[in-house]
Write a protein that binds this ligand. Structure first.
Ligand SMILES: C=C(O[C@@H]1C=C(C(=O)O)C=C[C@H]1O)C(=O)O
Ligand SMILES: [Mg+2]
Length: 463
């Protein structure tokens, strides 16, 4: 039996209401309790019954998993402003009542969400609902940290709130979630697959290599879209379960808005900050996995020694190094990349460690880093201008920071690649690759195909 403190939602809400009357402002209430361990996917599936927006996050080593149900707070910034987001979060916390006897990092008030790749991009039909940056504090947040589970319940209490009703409603929903039955999964079956402009895409790669020859640009990342249709409405829980079980060393995420959900399993950490300790990742340069150990090692060695891939990688290292330097006391970064192996492919990988200077927060670093040359190109301005002008799709949240931060701005962001936007019985998958001098359109095309594979398989299909 785990030791749990008696939960007194009603008592906390009453005290918070007194505070809101005193301050003549609503109080943001966050109550954390330890609960019996529950499978995060089970909790996620149970959230479907409440008909509220859900979110999911798993760290790349799966030691931390978050599931959120409901929107207690939604912070939305049309222009993706980091500064505004910081201010709004501080504003929310200003009049708060945080009841967290466990005082655990990763419990209590935490906001989850994402940014657009390019906040100047006009939002099209596909990305409707995902305008600007959006972060939510879920009404119910499950934190599973190895074998321990915590539930944080968040609600606004106003002067006029009916506390009896409010607390009865929260308790009913809480019980529904934490005593959820074993999840039942629907099998997702793909009935239609449509590659968007594959011929034009290869032509665009040639246009990029020509541009690189002629202009002051060295690398441009080009993305592709693959559209699919399911036989029935896609079961997101099933997709997450498969991603979790098949995609090791990857952050698995889902962020639902009404009936649309952005889902993925990305290997790429943008930045993590834990008490001023900063961790970032340079990931660029790709090759397939081999079928045997010998073949796998051969691919790995080829990748480590391949000039084109090393160049693709180095642009990322140089940029991240200098961005992190500008806000850190010291930066630790190996001279040579190593290999980061995933189920379907392997990447060149350089980890970055640093200590953040006082006065800088996680969001400041996200702002400095995004978009890195891993997703945009180098130099940033000219590669971004090319993408804006010529790319054949709207990136929306693809390739952008997705993650979480707590009340002290500790948290973690990943780069939302290996992802799909799922709208009931339809989905768009995204994959891109770094085009540099000498890139071959067919090889780059095949590289994006392997990058589609993990998501496509999790959705019930194959290439
Ligand atoms: C753009 C993507 O991946 C990026 C591009 C890579 C490459 O071109 O080698 C490797 C990892 C990522 O930085 C994607 O998966 O969509
Ligand atoms: Mg590449």
């Amino acid at each position: 039996m785990i030791e749990t403190k008696d939960l007194d939602i009603d008592g906390v809400l009453q005290a918070a209401q007194k505070q809101s009357i005193g301050k003549a402002a609503p109080t943001f209430v966050s109550i954390t309790e330890q609960i019996a361990w529950i499978d995060p996917i089970q909790f996620f599936q149970a959230g479907k019954g409440l008909q509220e927006n859900r979110m999911f996050w798993s760290s790349a080593d799966q030691s931390t998993q978050f599931v959120g149900i409901g929107d207690a707070v939604l912070l939305q910034n049309q222009d993706g402003s980091y500064h505004q987001l910081t201010n709004e979060w501080e504003q929310v916390l200003k009049n708060s009542w945080v009841d967290n006897p466990y005082d655990q990092y990763k419990t209590g008030p935490i906001a989850f969400g994402g940014f657009p790749f390019d906040s100047d991009e006009k939002v099209n039909e596909l990305w409707k609902g995902f305008e600007g940056s959006q972060f939510r504090v879920p009404t119910f947040l499950l934190t599973v940290e190895n074998d321990s589970a915590f539930l944080t319940t968040t609600v606004y209490v106003k002067e006029e709130s009916n506390i009896d009703e409010l607390s009865a409603d929260l308790v009913t929903k809480r019980n529904q979630l934490i005593h959820a039955p074993e999840p039942i999964f629907q099998k997702n079956a793909i009935v239609l697959k449509h590659e968007v402009d594959p011929v034009q895409w290869r032509e665009l790669v040639v246009k990029v290599t020509d541009t690189i020859e002629q202009d002051d640009v060295d690398k441009i990342v080009l993305a592709r879209e693959l559209q699919i249709e399911f036989e029935d409405i896609c079961d997101i829980g099933q997709v997450l379960n498969t991603l979790k079980n098949t995609q090791e060393h990857s952050f698995v995420f889902a962020w639902e808005k009404d009936d649309v959900c952005f889902v993925g399993a990305t290997p790429e950490r943008l930045v993590k900050v834990d008490n001023q300790q900063l961790f970032s990742t340079c990931l660029a340069g790709t090759s397939p996995r081999g079928k045997s150990l010998k073949e796998d090692n051969w691919y790995g060695q080829q990748l480590l020694n391949d000039q084109k891939n090393r160049e693709e990688h180095q642009f990322v290292v140089d940029m991240i190094k200098s961005a992190v330097h500008s806000c850190a006391k010291y930066v630790e970064i190996p001279d040579q990349p190593s290999l980061y192996r995933l189920k379907n492919l392997q990447h060149l990988y350089t980890p970055v460690k640093a200590e953040l200077k006082k006065g800088y927060t996680l969001l400041d670093v996200v702002e400095k880093l995004h978009p890195t040359p891993a997703l945009c190109g180098f130099p940033r301005e000219s590669s971004l201008a090319f993408i804006r002008k010529f790319e054949l799709l709207e990136r929306g949240w693809y390739g952008a920071p997705i993650g979480w931060f707590d009340q002290h701005f500790n948290g973690e962001f990943a780069v939302a690649i290996r992802s799909a936007l799922i709208d009931q019985d339809k989905a768009s998958l995204f994959a891109g690759c770094g085009v540099v001098k000498g890139s071959d359109p067919e090889i780059e095309y095949q590289e994006t195909n392997i990058k589609f594979t993990p998501m496509l398989q999790a959705l019930g299909g194959s290439l």
